[in-house]
Design a protein around this ligand. Structure first.
Ligand SMILES: Cc1ncc(COP(=O)(O)O)c(C=O)c1O
Length: 374
């Protein structure tokens, strides 16, 4: 390849460029308002997200807190087991340990990297108190199948990576990721589908009592000012983040559509290459393309990643190691083989798919991949 471009996984300043002035103004308005904790900017964002998701939502400090607070409301503690996939980001599991409960690792489906309902079925015991169904890479886990396997055990949807994904069949058809479980939790980490300019997150539940408890726990367990009914945490959505997120929510559908277009071009150009498997869209969910993740066959992932790097193209491996192999978590086990999860750690490779990726840049990435396999 002749001319080398430099293509990061995501270029946030460039993503923000079309509405940078709006972002600047929204943040400056908070700076000048004197209202730095809670207040109308936060409430307005919460209303808008609730309306977008068609389910009640409130903001918290980040997606990890959102998960922890959901588990606290469910009363998870020592002696309880929580099932979580071994192939996900650490946060999905660490909150279980933080509350003194026991992690039980489940496997994933080979097609979409999400919780395998069959593996959940094999792991449920009388001690199982919750299942964390991660919607990895932007696609919904099969919540209906997991529900059937879980026999009434609460499901917490970890929708950190799947804001905007939609269930497309079955009883949840038309509903959005994070709105159908007992709880849904979101991260607005800057690179996430809806990303702030720092840490931020949200919790969703359609159960008014659970909503009230979670909202109270996020604010020091208080029911009214200086009245504390339960032990809580300090996890409030920051008004500056809420201001930025309100602007970004306006452009969110456009960003999803831009990612669809990029994903479609990747699909058209890379279908048929025998060394890779492209992401598969299941028949029960849209794909929000938080990541565009290939499987690289024949043990050639590192070689391909290096070839792309040498041509200025960034890639990432989400995730190179099973959580069950991590030093911090390996004292927790599983009664099943984590075959698909392990295979995924060895084969996945994510390509750049931010909405500001240009046609020229994408063609350059596509050409590089073809060159590698030719
Ligand atoms: C699947 C998953 N769960 C939870 C989190 C935690 O979110 P946060 O970084 O906002 O705490 C993340 C993001 O990093 C994630 O990818």
């Amino acid at each position: 390849m002749s001319h080398t471009l430099n293509i990061p996984m995501i270029d946030l300043p460039r993503v923000h460029q079309p509405y940078q002035q709006e972002l600047d103004a929204a943040i400056l308005a908070v700076v000048r308002s004197g209202q730095y904790i809670s207040g109308p900017v936060v409430h307005n964002f919460e209303r808008q997200v609730s309306s977008y998701l068609d389910a009640p939502v409130f903001g918290v400090g980040n997606g990890t807190d959102a998960l922890q607070i959901a588990l606290m409301v469910l009363g998870i503690g020592p002696g309880d087991e929580v099932i979580v996939p071994a192939f996900t980001y650490a946060a999905s599991a660490e909150v279980i340990g933080l509350l003194g409960a026991t992690v039980v690792w489940c496997d994933i489906e080979s097609q979409n990297y999400n919780v395998s309902a069959d593996s959940v079925e094999a792991l449920v015991t009388s001690k199982t108190k919750a299942i964390i169904a991660v919607h990895l890479y932007g696609q919904c886990a099969n919540i209906e199948a997991i529900e059937q396997a879980a026999h009434g055990i609460p499901i917490v949807e970890d929708a950190a990576q799947a804001f905007g994904a939609v269930f497309t069949s079955g009883k949840y058809k038309g509903q959005k990721a994070g709105t159908v479980g007992t709880f849904g939790t979101f991260s607005f980490f800057p690179t996430k589908p809806l990303g702030g300019l720092g840490d931020a997150g949200a919790i969703c539940t359609k159960n008014a009592e659970l909503f009230q408890s979670a909202n109270s726990i996020a604010k020091h367990g208080q029911s009214s000012k200086y009245v504390h009914d339960t032990i809580g945490v300090n996890s409030r959505l920051d008004p500056i983040q809420a201001a930025a997120l309100t602007v970004k929510l306006k452009y969110f559908e456009a960003s999803i559509n831009a990612k669809y277009a990029i994903a479609n071009r990747y699909k058209e150009a890379l279908t048929g290459l025998s060394g890779i498997q492209l992401p598969i869209t299941t028949d029960y969910s849209t794909h929000a393309y938080h990541q565009y993740t290939l499987r690289v066959k024949d043990n050639r992932r590192a070689e391909l990643a290096l070839y792309l790097k040498n041509n200025g193209i960034s890639t990432m491996v989400y995730y190179p190691m099973l959580l069950s192999d991590q030093q911090a978590y390996k004292h927790w086990g599983s009664d099943i083989e984590l075959t698909q999860a392990r295979m995924a750690t060895e084969e996945v490779l994510s390509l750049p798919i931010d909405e500001s990726l240009t046609l020229i840049e994408q063609q350059y990435i596509i050409n590089a991949i073809h060159d590698f396999f030719s």
